[in-house]
Design a binder for this molecule. Structure first.
Ligand SMILES: Cc1ncc(COP(=O)(O)O)c(C=O)c1O
Length: 458
């Protein structure tokens, strides 16, 4: 019998990464990567840096859509995982209880405070959202679920039903009945719906990931109050914003909120193991798990996963020991200080916004109108943003992303371990890249139109 060696296997197939993905996983995705020049072959990663097979360093400001809060390949999370494997912990018992999940649940509940007294573990963000919808409806005996326009909550069927972006939903109809969206920031519109007293749950991202939209003053507190008044559960989706991203452990703590439901994932297991959680008020949990025969009403074979729990505990320890939540707040302020001036420097920059290390820049047609800008935006809305992220990556070696469909917005969700120098490097590179893109040289325009015809949207 031959030994299995991951290293030998990888060595024997080096360089096949993109072709193999195209053959077996998703050819259209590989086509997108090739069109926009993101088709590198990656060798390794550390903290906020990725290295390609030539040894070139890239600054990763996307952090795996925000899941590498404690940095890629964090050695202390890795050590905890190795320790868990070495200890030969009992793993998932199915019919039995082990210590690690209880320890992580206890910590998360303590950090969330307020009404939160129970934790249900899942394997991803979208599963946490599914759980919120399902348990929220059963706990209240109501069917409708409200969410916000432009909200993003994941891509399984229930989560897609509460998605506030039509492009994610159009091709997958019919979705779950009774799921409607209201404009983000509009309390009157919310009250019109809640007044019917048939809404189980209002689910909202404290800061919207698609576009990094910040809530208007008083909005979230007002929404919570309306939910209480009309017997609706108030749920905050903290999959992206949770665990330090916005400069507080949970984003809802910026506004002193006391939600009934909180969804978590991404940073929760340090980026190593799929993991998520739904934190909830005791009343919600007890309304669903209300008897021994209902003790297993909801759950999943893999959750709580023992390695995810070990990584989760180590991640919370890391956030605390390295003061990463405070760092996120500090570096977020520095980032705004360095990038807000771009609004005055460039006609094409409409807005720069952020909270902690969730940051975005928005573009708009320059005053007086520019033919090329209009032509590019007519080919595909938001395409100008591609003209910035592509050279940021190919020339400046910085990974960022367009913040959503048909949005001229770029966002970053960097690992919270980025340094002042990283932030400064990004601000300088952004300024130079926006300056070039605003001039719209022919080569860039040509690239943009090719990308548009290839249907590059994300
Ligand atoms: C706010 C929010 N909710 C839910 C999800 C879905 O999480 P996952 O991709 O782990 O299913 C995401 C993912 O980006 C998210 O940002």
């Amino acid at each position: 019998m031959s030994d299995f060696s991951l290293e030998a296997l990888l060595d024997s197939r080096r360089g096949e990464d993109l072709d193999l993905w195209a053959d077996t996983i998703n050819p259209q995705f590989v086509r997108v990567l090739r069109t926009i020049g993101f088709d590198r072959t990656w060798a390794r990663a550390e903290g906020a840096y990725l290295y390609d097979t030539h040894g070139t360093r890239y600054l990763d400001l996307l952090g795996g859509f925000g899941m590498y809060g404690v940095g890629r390949n964090n050695p202390r999370i890795r050590a905890a995982l190795v320790e868990a494997l070495t200890l030969e912990t009992p793993g998932m018992l199915a019919l039995g209880a082990t210590l690690l999940p209880g320890l992580l649940a206890e910590e998360l509940i303590g950090l969330a405070g307020g009404r939160i007294e129970r934790c249900l573990f899942t394997n991803s963000g979208t599963e946490s959202v599914e759980s919120a919808i399902k348990l929220g409806r059963t706990a209240t005996g109501r069917q409708r679920v409200l969410s916000a326009d432009h909200g993003f909550h994941g891509l399984t069927l229930g989560a897609t039903s509460v998605n506030g972006n039509w492009e994610f939903k159009a091709r997958f109809q019919p979705l779950l009945p009774g799921c409607d969206q209201v404009p983000f920031g509009d309390l009157e519109a919310l009250e019109v719906e809640l007044r019917r007293e048939d809404v189980a749950l209002f689910l909202v991202e404290p800061v919207q990931g698609k576009g990094i939209n910040l809530p208007p003053d008083g909005y979230l507190a007002g929404a919570q109050e309306l939910c209480r008044r009309y017997g609706t559960l108030f749920g905050v989706d903290e999959v992206m914003t949770g665990l330090g991203r916005t400069g507080r452990m949970f984003a809802f703590q910026h506004w002193g909120l006391e939600p009934d439901l909180v969804t978590l994932a991404k940073t929760l297991s340090g980026g190593y193991v799929p993991s998520g959680a739904l934190l909830m008020a005791r009343s919600v949990h007890e309304a669903v798990f209300d008897s021994m025969s209902h003790a297993m009403s909801h759950g999943s074979t893999f959750a709580p996963n023992e390695l995810a729990m070990a990584a989760g505990l180590a991640t919370l320890h890391e956030l605390r020991e390295e003061c990463l939540v405070d760092e996120s707040a500090r570096l977020g302020r520095r980032l705004l200080e360095l990038t807000r001036p771009l609004v005055d420097e460039f006609e094409v920059v409409r807005d720069v916004r952020g909270l902690g290390l969730a940051w975005a820049i928005e573009f708009g047609e320059p005053q007086g109108g520019r033919m090329t800008y209009r032509m590019i935006e007519r080919a595909q809305r938001g395409l100008f943003a591609q003209l910035v992220i592509v050279p940021l990556f190919t020339k400046r070696r910085i990974l960022t992303q367009v913040a959503g469909h048909e949005m001229a917005v770029i966002r970053i969700l960097p690992p919270l371990v980025v340094t002042d120098e990283d932030v400064e490097e990004f601000a300088d590179a952004l300024r130079a890249t926006v300056r070039d893109a605003q001039r719209m040289p022919k080569s860039l325009t040509k690239f943009a139109l090719t990308a548009a015809s290839a249907g590059v949207r994300r």
